[in-house]
Write a protein that binds this ligand. Structure first.
Ligand SMILES: [Zn+2]
Ligand SMILES: [Zn+2]
Length: 330
């Protein structure tokens, strides 16, 4: 049984997405066919559409924060039709390389990512490997569950690398930041939010979700930070964050793409400060975070768009005009 379905397609980097129709066949073995209910719009989608991330599958359906409802299963999968599942960025890993064998499937040499190497959720339907799909906490409706699948998950993995830091700086206050700030606050941490200079909306959002302090990224931190997470794709924030963290503190770069990091005096790193990146996520991260998200009251700010408005959603993200997370509602 095939389904006729609409999707927004990227045909080449730098071009707007176009709406096309396609037929999806019965899913292959181990896969599920989902009717997409909502799909989040992530900054990574922008990096792929703009050509910052190289060699995507083309033509490509973007979208890796997919909330869908099960339509049918391929051989070997027995899940009930109607079941709500989330499809995140990590879409497949080999299970056989040195990383996969040591619990670091996020670093798999031949990993495939949803909405990059595999068609994603800017569509009415999606096909996904059932082993990489997750049930979502029932406390979130479709639109609010979607941002958990990347913004929430990457935020969670970034937060894990901050270990028990109490005073946490967050640079760039968009979708990921506003979710993980609430989790961090719930865990008893203090949040200091650094935004683009003069971005009153982002600073207001930070305060609203519990930040102790919110100000411009160019201003001096009001306290010495135990750790900092940088979500903005701006390399110049790395020295700024290093200046703000205490000895032994960590600066976690949460984005998949960042502009060049300027040269710094060694004294900024001295004192056992650490700069590290976060690459992708593991299924274990997803299990942990989605269980946690079911317990923490997270107020997710969502701006809704229709499927055919995906270009507009990307433009608003590019120009920094979104407050919270953009979500396509099918
Ligand atoms: Zn592997
Ligand atoms: Zn993402």
């Amino acid at each position: 049984m095939s389904v006729h379905s609409q999707c927004m397609v990227l045909s080449a980097a730098g071009r707007p997405l176009t709406l096309i129709e396609r037929d999806l066949e019965t899913p292959p073995a181990g896969h599920v066919l989902l009717r997409v209910r909502a799909c989040g719009v992530c900054r990574t989608d922008l990096h792929i559409a703009d050509g910052d991330l190289r060699e995507p599958k083309l033509p490509l359906v973007l979208g890796h924060e997919v909330v869908g409802e099960l339509v049918s299963c391929g051989a070997g999968v027995s899940l009930a039709p109607g079941l709500r599942l989330g499809v995140p960025w990590m879409g497949w890993s080999c299970g056989d390389c040195v990383y996969c064998k040591s619990g670091q499937e996020n670093l798999c040499e031949s990993a495939k990512f949803t909405g990059y190497h595999l068609d994603g959720g800017y569509a009415q339907h999606v096909v996904a490997d059932a082993r990489y799909c997750f049930e979502l906490p029932p406390t979130f409706d479709d639109a609010h569950a979607a941002p958990l699948l990347c913004a929430g998950l990457i935020g969670y993995r970034s937060l894990k690398f901050c270990s028990d830091a109490r005073r946490l700086g967050i640079y760039g206050f968009g979708a990921a930041a506003h979710i993980i700030a609430q989790v961090a606050k719930w865990q008893g941490r203090e949040i200091y939010a650094f935004t683009r200079p003069g971005d009153a909306a982002a600073q207001a959002l930070a305060k609203q979700v519990g930040a102790q302090w919110a100000g411009d990224s160019t201003s001096t931190s009001p306290v010495e930070l135990d750790a900092a997470i940088i979500f903005a794709p701006v390399g110049a924030l790395v020295p700024a964050a290093l200046k703000a963290v205490r000895k032994g503190g960590v600066v976690v770069c949460g984005g998949i793409h960042m502009s060049d990091i300027p040269s710094i005096p060694y004294s900024l790193l001295w004192g056992e400060r650490v700069v590290r990146s976060v690459a992708n996520l593991t299924r274990q991260d997803a299990r942990e975070f989605l269980a946690l998200a079911g317990q923490v009251p997270i107020d997710i700010h969502v701006e809704r768009f229709a499927l055919h408005e995906a270009n507009e959603a990307l433009d608003r993200l590019r120009s920094g005009k979104l407050s919270g997370a953009a979500v396509l509602i099918m």
